[in-house]
Design a protein around this ligand. Structure first.
Ligand SMILES: [Fe+2]
Ligand SMILES: [Fe+2]
Length: 113
């Protein structure tokens, strides 16, 4: 599938998830991650658009709220798992693309949450 389309939907989902975790735990680093995911989503809107963006965003807010019920430790484990997947995706599909380096850098920061 088209890598820009996948990145667009992935970042819509990441924004929803980060929003849910920030709403639930109110941590500064989660607020920062939410704004960063939103800027990644906005970046990929320059290339593609999809009717699925909003549904995925809201579905991931719901998913994030469900995950948050299990507490901060489980939530952080889920964040690390998903961020590792995002980093692999960018390294595989966008290798050498200078324009997405800042995004990969942000995702690496999110591994430390
Ligand atoms: Fe992201
Ligand atoms: Fe991230």
């Amino acid at each position: 599938m088209d890598k820009y389309y996948l990145a667009l939907l992935g970042e819509a989902g990441a924004t929803g998830l980060a929003k849910a975790f920030y709403m639930r735990f109110k941590l500064k680093e989660l607020e920062k991650a939410y704004h960063q995911e939103l800027s990644h989503w906005t970046y990929f809107k320059k290339f593609r658009s999809s009717k699925l963006e909003k549904p995925i965003y809201y579905a991931l807010i719901v998913f994030g709220l469900l995950v948050s019920i299990f507490g901060l430790k489980v939530t952080k484990a889920v964040i690390r798992r998903l961020e590792a997947g995002a980093i692999n995706f960018y390294l595989e599909r966008f290798s050498g693309d200078k324009d997405v380096e800042w995004i990969i850098e942000n995702e690496r920061e999110h591994m430390e949450i």
